[in-house]
Design a protein around this ligand. Structure first.
Ligand code: AMP
Length: 114
């Protein structure tokens, strides 16, 4: 657990979150400021600063995190969904504990990749 990390505090149960799924090494909860009909964050329980750091340090947990995105989307009623990994402050990362945004119900790829 990292000091002053909001996601570590959610994982520890110190601050509340709308948890929708959990696996051995991950937890998934709704984003507090949703940008799509489904907007869930899948977060490793171990503290790493971003997803690439997680993949380097804990590749099996990174794979579990990716697999959980399908579990979450499916549970929410979607087979098709987008994943966003903001990596670094200039790319919009605001919480420096690895996480992936699971977005469904709107094709966000059209916003910036089309
Ligand atoms: P990022 O910009 O990729 O670092 O995303 C961090 C996300 O965490 C943002 O979309 C925030 O809305 C979300 N967030 C911040 N605090 C909380 C919280 N307490 N519960 C749920 N989501 C949060």
């Amino acid at each position: 657990m990292a000091a002053d990390c909001i996601f570590c505090k959610i994982i520890a149960g110190e601050i509340p979150a709308d948890v929708v799924a959990e696996s051995e090494h991950t937890i998934a909860f709704r984003d507090i400021n949703p940008k799509a009909p489904v907007h869930v964050l899948v977060v490793p329980k171990v503290h790493e600063p971003d997803a690439a750091a997680l993949a380097s340090a804990e590749p099996a947990i990174a794979a579990e995190l990716l697999a959980q995105t399908r579990v979450v989307a499916s549970q929410e009623g979607y087979e098709d969904y987008n994943l966003v990994f903001n990596t670094g402050a200039e790319a919009g990362q605001t919480v420096f504990h690895a996480h992936v945004h699971v977005l469904a119900g709107v094709d966000v790829s059209k916003l910036f990749l089309a």
